[in-house]
Design a protein around this ligand. Structure first.
Ligand code: 13P
Ligand code: ZN
Length: 294
């Protein structure tokens, strides 16, 4: 951008901290904290930004430092991400976005990122950055509007991973049958990994592999990974899954037998009404009563 263009562009004199992207990040991380899904430093968010969105701000044009990453992110070379920092508390991001988040650009060789803004006390991207970037790579193959990856620790969903068999059909069908809304919001269902060590390339690769079929992946005994086009869509996906899991918790704590349920025929009616193509193999199976008896 030359001097005349800078003069004509009112945002150029603005700091990136004033951008809608940082504001959205502050708002969503605060909401995640308030929901109780991101205790301490739990959770992380990455937000893909385009060059034109970034370039209009005045304070993002030189490299503050280069940060190595331990895997090959070359399919994203040149791509910008606003990302939460490792060890940062979501409750604080709203007050210290320039400390607790950073704007990075993936370097050409894919093995490091250039920090352009943020992490002002020497911070680093989330330890789950491999899983985030691998997920962005996978989802961008399917959806060119893919923007956000969000990871958090929703209580009821984590609890359910201890009491229900860890298979995608059972967990999807239970969540679909907890409320009519579920199949409408995530007709493809939910991917499920075995328990794996967080912050590793292995869990990143396994998550990304699931993301070719799902936008939601359950990490048993830990949390959830979600991908999507906007903060609202993403947060809405997680809210809906966690609401279903909270109904499951409530049913369990009320005790007693299951006396009625959303039947497989009801699921088919919902799919027809909302013009959805749910994952076929999840549409028929055991009753809720049978699945909840394990
Ligand atoms: P970070 O603090 O590195 O983002 O890790 C939090 C987390 O939830 C790990 O799964
Ligand atoms: Zn986590």
């Amino acid at each position: 951008m030359d001097k005349k263009q800078q003069f004509l562009n009112p945002e150029y004199s603005q700091g990136f901290v004033e951008s809608p992207y940082v504001k959205q990040m502050c708002k969503i991380t605060q909401l995640l904290y308030q929901h109780g899904w991101d205790e301490r430093n739990g959770g992380n968010v990455s937000y893909r930004l385009t060059a034109s969105e970034v370039n209009s701000y005045g304070d993002v044009h030189h490299i503050i430092r280069n940060i190595p990453i331990a895997f090959d992110a070359s399919p994203l070379a040149g791509t910008y991400f606003l990302v939460t920092g490792t060890g940062r508390y979501f409750k604080n991001i709203i007050d210290y976005p320039q400390r607790d988040t950073g704007l990075v650009k993936i370097a050409q060789d894919g093995h490091s990122v250039d920090l352009l803004w943020g992490f002002c006390d020497g911070g680093l991207p989330t330890s789950e950055f491999p899983a985030h970037l691998m997920t962005h790579i996978e989802r961008l193959k399917i959806d060119s509007n893919q923007r956000i990856v969000m990871h958090c620790h929703p209580t009821n969903l984590i609890a359910l991973s201890f009491t229900v068999p860890l298979d995608e059909k059972t967990i999807t069908r239970i969540l679909w049958k907890m409320q009519a809304e579920s199949i409408v919001v995530f007709p493809e269902g939910i991917g499920v990994l075995p328990y794996m060590t967080p912050g590793t390339n292995e869990i990143g690769a396994a998550t990304a592999a699931k993301m070719s079929d799902y936008r939601l992946v359950l990490w048993p005994h830990h949390g959830i990974f979600a991908s999507g086009d906007s903060m609202d869509e993403e947060f809405g996906l997680i809210e809906t899954v966690e609401k279903a899991a909270s109904i499951f918790t409530t049913i369990r704590s009320q005790g007693g037998p299951i006396l009625s349920e959303i039947s497989d025929e009801n699921l088919a009616q919902l799919a027809a009404r909302f013009d959805l193509t749910p994952t076929h193999e999840f549409m028929h199976g055991d009753t809720l009563a049978k699945m909840m008896r394990n």
